[in-house]
Design a protein. Structure first.
Length: 347
């Protein structure tokens, strides 16, 4: 498409005294591949604003796709457009179309409890009688040509991530093995004891450490590196997103950080705990993990490992403090899991 058919984004000035930021309000779609249609709105973070934030690499800047922004065609990197489309499909609160009803049923049956709980409480905000999906993404919502905004982009991002219902790390499209690969990640998280690798746990439960790894016996079949599950997991972990420790450090500012691949969500907690398991089985002998498999276990860049482990320790500490301060109520309680994600549990 020629440059004559597109227009630059027209940004309004933000009020720092009112703590204003810009959001995309995205319209619903009949199909996940439909063009993104949205408008740019300016709102104060001091108010009760419901939104999600998307953290993403730009992808190939030479590959552009048109989105409709304020009824004007705006070119954005294809990777960004795909991220907006999939966020729209997963998070849009107004589920009225048949295909979106099917997607909602799929989420109810396949998504983990913490995500179902969060989605139930995320309803978007109405505009002209219609619920809207509000999204913040820095490459569109920050005016990079404005010297002040550009200089304060990290501070803006911090405040946005702190108030977002969820921060979604967009890693890209699925491959055929992605879904079963995510099931592997979830299986490791489920099988792993909650206190595994915490101080003193090895002395209390030596059976869960090298060479026994008793907790991993039920998932022994997942240690086959040639299986589709391992291929799907390896593809997810090898995405460029996870090779950039700075973007993980940015996401760590969020209250609820998650990762989105296609229409599938992986929680921060699941990724951190999988990394703990990979480090353990790669560095220590195991009766569960075959010796031939150990050299093939995925290894993050050193900076990424440090970022993940540092945030794991911080979030475990925060969860313990919140747990001590929490009060039970009748009927149901809202508890915070080990990564700071709220989940309703019946009592």
């Amino acid at each position: 498409m020629s440059s004559d058919s597109t227009r630059p984004i027209r940004y309004s000035r933000l009020s720092t005294s009112r703590n204003e930021v810009r959001f995309l309000e995205i319209e619903p779609a009949n199909n996940i591949n439909d063009q993104v249609d949205c408008r740019l709105v300016t709102l104060s973070l001091n108010g009760d604003v419901e939104f999600i934030a998307i953290s993403s690499l730009l992808g190939d800047p030479t590959q552009q796709e048109i989105i409709m922004l304020n009824q004007s065609p705006i070119p954005v990197p294809v990777h960004i457009s795909l991220g907006l489309k999939h966020a729209r499909a997963v998070f849009y609160p107004a589920v009225g179309k048949a295909n979106q009803e099917s997607l909602d049923k799929k989420k109810e049956t396949q998504s983990p409890g913490w995500l179902r709980s969060l989605l139930r409480h995320f309803g978007g905000t109405e505009h002209e009688g219609k619920p809207k999906l509000r999204v913040w993404i820095d490459c569109i919502c920050i005016n990079a040509m404005n010297r002040r905004e550009n200089a304060e982009s990290n501070l803006i991002r911090y405040h946005v991530y702190q108030q977002a219902k969820m921060v979604v790390g967009w890693v890209g499209l699925k491959i055929p093995q992605t879904d079963i690969g995510i099931q592997l990640i979830q299986a490791f998280d489920y099988a792993m004891p909650e206190t595994w690798q915490e101080p003193g746990d090895k002395e209390t439960h030596p059976e869960n450490y090298s060479p026994h790894h008793k907790w991993a016996i039920p998932i022994t079949h997942l240690f086959n590196p040639q299986a589709d599950a391992a291929i799907g997991t390896a593809d997810f972990l090898n995405r460029d997103f996870f090779q950039r420790c700075w973007i993980l450090e940015e996401m760590a500012m969020a209250r609820v950080p998650t990762f989105l691949i296609g229409d599938a969500i992986v929680s921060w907690k699941q990724l951190l705990r999988l990394n703990l398991a990979m480090e353990e089985f790669k560095d220590h002998e195991s009766n569960v993990c075959p010796a031939s498999t150990r050299p093939m276990i995925h290894e993050f860049p050193l900076g990424t490992i440090h970022a993940l482990l540092d945030q794991f320790k911080k979030r475990k500490g925060m969860a313990k403090i919140e747990s001590l301060n929490s009060n039970s109520v009748s009927g149901s309680i809202t508890s915070v899991d080990s990564m700071g994600v709220e989940e309703e549990r019946s009592i």
